[in-house]
Ligand binder design. Structure first.
Ligand SMILES: [Zn+2]
Length: 157
């Protein structure tokens, strides 16, 4: 079993840098929260932008669902560069349990004119009943997409 849990640490990253959009997609599985209690996602990334390259740190702590059926975890996205251009950010987060049921109401997180040093912090909460708690603690499929736009200054004006 321990071997399969290691697969949680395989994070597939897809990067798209276009003229109007930078998109980062992270796909991964969180396995065996029943034994691990929690699992931390922490990824740094940069945009390959000709106008205003930006850098970022994204963190999430997945937590085992407890006996009362409640789980809650923070999503944090921090802009870590020091350039002066504001950018627009849109995050979509798809989380499915072992039975492929969508969880956390599939949040879309948006921030306009986000500056260097600023942080988006959102708390995600889900309350579920047996047997969904078992599916949750067994396996989660996660697809996180982060879109960064308007770094190409003209579109902000
Ligand atoms: Zn750009």
């Amino acid at each position: 079993m321990a071997e399969s849990w290691n697969e949680s640490d395989k994070i597939h990253r897809v990067v798209f840098d276009g003229p109007e959009l930078h998109k980062l997609t992270f796909k991964f599985c969180v396995r065996g929260l029943c034994a691990r209690k929690s699992w931390h996602f922490r990824e740094k990334f940069e945009t390959e932008c000709l106008f205003s390259p930006t850098s970022w740190l994204c963190e999430m702590s997945f937590r085992q669902v407890t006996r009362n059926g409640r789980t809650c975890f923070p999503f944090v996205l921090k802009r870590t560069d020091s350039s002066s251009n504001p950018v627009n950010v849109k995050v979509s987060l798809h989380i499915l349990d072992a039975a492929c049921k969508q969880l956390f109401r599939t949040p879309i997180i948006k921030e306009e004119r986000m500056l260097a040093g600023e942080v988006i912090e959102v708390s995600l909460e889900e309350i579920m009943e047996f047997p969904k708690t078992v599916y949750f603690n067994l396996l989660l499929h996660v697809v996180l997409a982060i879109r960064i736009t308007s770094c190409h200054s003209t579109s902000l004006q």
